[in-house]
Design a protein around this ligand. Structure first.
Ligand code: ZN
Length: 237
């Protein structure tokens, strides 16, 4: 069984009734609920929990961490960010959603500004699948269409993805690399663009399917991990 922790800043839900109406149990609650339909063990954690809900015990027992943040990236303690980073390097999967592009953990792992263009104007978004054989898009058609979303546009200041799975088109004319994978150390990272808080994006079944697939893809690989440092020869030399 895969152990998933869904982390959410959980601030829009407290401040904005529109967001609370769409996600009465919070964005973390909505994501946890659909993940529970799969054979996964799900916990949630939020910014205002002690240690942001990411204690050593929680992190050590998490196979895949999902991250949603926006308003309060700077309130995330650097000590916790470092612990999350170490766990990713050890093999924990990380799925960064939407405005998590500006989170400390994502910027640290990418090493770039992760900046982009944006607009809140009810653009239509069409996410084209450009790597149809990738397990993250299993069960998805040629594209996913979202009637209304926030626009994110290129240039997106990220390192070239290891795998580019989706490319978004917006009705205002912009494009965006919206499904990107990276490996850092032994950990697998997936960035997935949609999910602005004032739209019901996480209630969309295809978006849910992508996140469910991503959990399976990002879970740690079960094998003996490499040994580093001074090494005895395997042959007589
Ligand atoms: Zn947004």
């Amino acid at each position: 069984m895969v152990n998933v922790t869904v982390w959410n800043e959980n601030r829009h839900e407290q401040k904005n009734p529109v967001v609370r109406d769409i996600y009465p149990e919070g964005i973390h609650g909505a994501i946890a609920n659909f993940l529970k339909e799969d054979q996964v063990q799900v916990k949630t954690a939020t910014l205002d929990d002690p240690e942001h809900g990411l204690t050593e015990e929680v992190l050590n027992s998490t196979d895949v961490l999902i991250w949603w943040g926006h308003l309060a990236h700077n309130e995330v303690d650097d000590v916790i960010v470092e612990k999350v980073k170490q766990r990713v390097l050890e093999g924990m999967g990380l799925i960064v959603l939407h405005s998590g592009h500006f989170s400390k953990i994502f910027k640290t792992l990418m090493g770039t500004t992760c900046d982009l263009k944006w607009r809140e104007a009810n653009d239509k978004e069409r996410l084209w699948i450009i790597d149809p054989s990738h397990p993250i898009v299993e069960g998805i058609g040629e594209f996913i269409e979202l009637e209304e979303e926030e626009m994110y546009g290129e240039h997106f200041d990220i390192p070239a993805p290891d795998q580019l799975i989706m490319m978004s088109w917006f009705s205002g004319g912009e494009v965006f690399r919206s499904g990107c994978t990276y490996q850092r150390g032994k950990g697998k990272i997936f960035y997935f663009r949609p999910g602005h808080e004032t739209y019901p994006t996480y209630h969309n079944e295809e978006i849910q399917k992508v996140i469910k697939n991503a959990v399976k893809w990002a879970k740690p690989t079960d094998r003996n991990m490499p040994v580093y440092g001074n090494a005895k020869p395997l042959e007589n030399i």
